[in-house]
Design a protein around this ligand. Sequence first.
Ligand code: NAI
Length: 331
Amino acid sequence: MTHIAMFSAQPYDRRFFEAANARHGFQIGYHEVALNAESAVLAHGADGVCAFVNDTLDATVLAALAAQGVGFVAMRCAGFNNVDIEAAARLGIAVVRVPAYSPEAVAEHALALLLTLNRRTHRAYNRVREGNFMLEGLLGMTLHGKTVGLIGTGRIGLATARIFAGLGCRLLGEDRYPSEAFTTLGGEYVSRRRLLAESDVISLHCPLTDDTRYLIDAEALATMKPGALLLNTSRGALIDTRAVIDALKARRLGGLAIDVYEQETSLFFRDHSGDIIDDDVFQRLVTFPNVLITGHQGFFTQEALAEIAEVTLGNVACLQRGAPCANRVDD
Ligand code: NAI
């Protein structure tokens, strides 16, 4: 029987994977701890591991897994920037992922972030509960007719574009591989410089690669329209957080809403409410009234979790049969 060691497993992972596993009958060991050099030993006896966005799968960890007989890594997410693909190939470890599970789930979260940030509903909620009905500080802009710039118009970028088209926004896009679906929606592909300069709202939907790391840096922020809002539901390191803090302090950037953070590995998916958080950059961010942060929950809908579990276990079944697997990322 195929034995899978799952890392960073939360109660909801177990729930959705147990349901999907009824069809496969794999033996799944659920470990709450994140995968790293110390915890890799928990994969002892497993044929493969199932990992998530903040697990470490660098060359050292992969070598430790391979030494224990691990033959595959099944990522239960779309991004795989945390996996050293070359090392995996060298060690003979197959890597599979879930390329698309409800892109609308992430797109809808980007919308939730924007509407909250723009109309300050998070602040209004608290005020009203305190009996404070003042409107000062809650002023937003009408999104209809505003320009939204999308960096990355793949599955999630396109789903986001559809939503903003519905709001009556003008759409600008930047992508190496322009999509006809985006232009059919009325979107216009422009240079990054034009996108930054003309957009009232900028939303990031490209993967994290060497090319895209810190694509929003001090220079990009200086190019942006004063007062523009920046959304990031993709990967934290697309943004140079320190440069963003400077732009917020200078009152140039109008607001920031993020579901991802470059140093999220040591914070997200855990309860730190009783801890002193050592990350001063993160702590500075939360002090701004025009910054909204969620802890990587863009994917977190029932439909997406069911799809992730189905596809992940389907990928494992495919590898076990020795059949070609379309979701391999190491080919
Ligand atoms: P996708 O692969 O369908 O689309 C990514 C697009 O970015 C592609 O069209 C690609 O050509 C484009 N791109 C690549 N490099 C670029 C560059 N330098 N400049 C501009 N565009 C570039 O991926 P998908 O499914 O839309 O996901 C996007 C990202 O969203 C993922 O890489 C992942 O990091 C993130 N994500 C976040 C989740 C969350 O819960 N917050 C959940 C799922 C994904």
